[in-house]
Design a protein around this ligand. Structure first.
Ligand code: SF4
Length: 317
């Protein structure tokens, strides 16, 4: 949960998740939909899918015990260098350095590193690692970066390693880490339909399990292409995704949402099915549901924003 996400954000999700799945066994035996439901709002859903898969492997192949051997642990889905080093050092005492953004900042200031030298940061993290208690060391380094060696205004007078710090000694703490050139995230425009049938139900579809927001439910739609209006896009996308023809009645709202690598403006339209029975052409399944059932399905945050906006509008009418 802590990959790409701050501790304060994670805590309520973590507590809820652990209450729902208090053991490897309960997590492994839960449905993916329940796991995604508990994860909803935290983003980066591949983490939830991998965790669920990993729990299944731990239960089947390791008798329900998380393997303490690095190779076996690294073989689990979703485990990369950072997770392996963190878990192996903190839970099992393996001498592996953990490098997150906080640690990289501390090291770049301590050693006055020029440029974003990922390999050099890793090498130094390994060199300074206290091998007698690597777990405590790693946590201390992360904590130092998170609470003392702050990005904009490091609290050097309270820092336990100021006597060793090159940047502090040279009065150049603001110069490190050397900023890398940030590219502006791309912007996309997408359109979705809240498609109703004659019985007042709404059509939702489930995304393929691989890829962005994999396994989540959503309102059908997709990207607006060049020289296409959002309402034309939703008609085309719904035909491609579900094989039905719809009529767009009106635009309900627009929401903006930021993902890690891009921003999206999402147009939501009120639509009616005209022809055809849905088929899962560009999704893995679909359902007609009542609006009271929407909370039972895990949805991406951008889709939830649409629902929140519509609820607010309904209340004020
Ligand atoms: S002395 Fe200042 S810049 Fe150096 S590690 Fe400590 S807080 Fe960071």
């Amino acid at each position: 949960m802590l990959q790409q996400t701050q501790v304060d954000t994670v805590i309520p999700y973590y507590e809820r998740f652990i209450r729902a799945f208090p053991s490897v066994r309960t997590l492994a035996r839960a449905s993916l939909q329940d796991v995604l439901g508990q994860w909803e709002g935290l983003g980066y859903y591949a983490r939830a899918r991998n965790l669920h898969k990993a729990a299944g492997i731990v239960l089947r192949e390791h008798k329900g015990k998380v393997p303490g051997e690095e190779r076996a642990f690294r073989g689990l889905p979703g485990v990369g260098e950072y997770t392996a080093s963190a878990v192996m050092s903190i839970a099992f005492g393996h001498p592996l350095p953990v490098v997150d953004g906080n640690v990289a900042r501390v090291l770049s200031r301590l050693f006055c590193l020029d440029g974003s030298l990922k390999r050099e940061v890793h090498r130094l993290a390994g060199r300074v690692l206290a091998t007698g208690d690597p777990g405590t060391w790693n946590q201390a380094m992360m904590e130092l970066g998170a609470t003392v060696c702050l990005p904009r205004t490091p609290l050097c007078s309270a820092c336990p390693v100021s006597g060793l710090c090159g940047a502090y000694k040279n009065g150049k703490t603001g110069a490190y880490p050397v900023a890398s050139v940030q590219r502006r995230p791309r912007h996309e425009v997408a359109a979705v339909g809240l498609i109703h049938d004659r019985r007042g139900r709404i059509l939702i579809s489930r995304r393929p399990e691989k890829g962005l927001l994999g396994g989540l439910w959503e309102f059908p739609g997709g990207k607006v292409q060049q020289r296409e209006s959002p309402s034309e896009a939703v008609v085309r996308e719904v035909r491609e995704e579900l094989g039905i023809d719809i009529r767009v009645d009106r635009e309900l709202c627009r929401v903006k949402h930021a993902y890690s690598h891009f921003r999206v403006t999402l147009h939501a339209f009120d639509c009616v099915r005209l022809r055809g029975r849905p088929r899962a052409l560009g999704c893995v399944e679909w359902r007609w549901i009542r609006s009271s059932e929407l909370k039972l399905f895990p949805f991406p945050r951008a889709n939830r924003k649409i629902l929140e906006l519509l609820e607010t509008a309904n209340r004020s009418e």
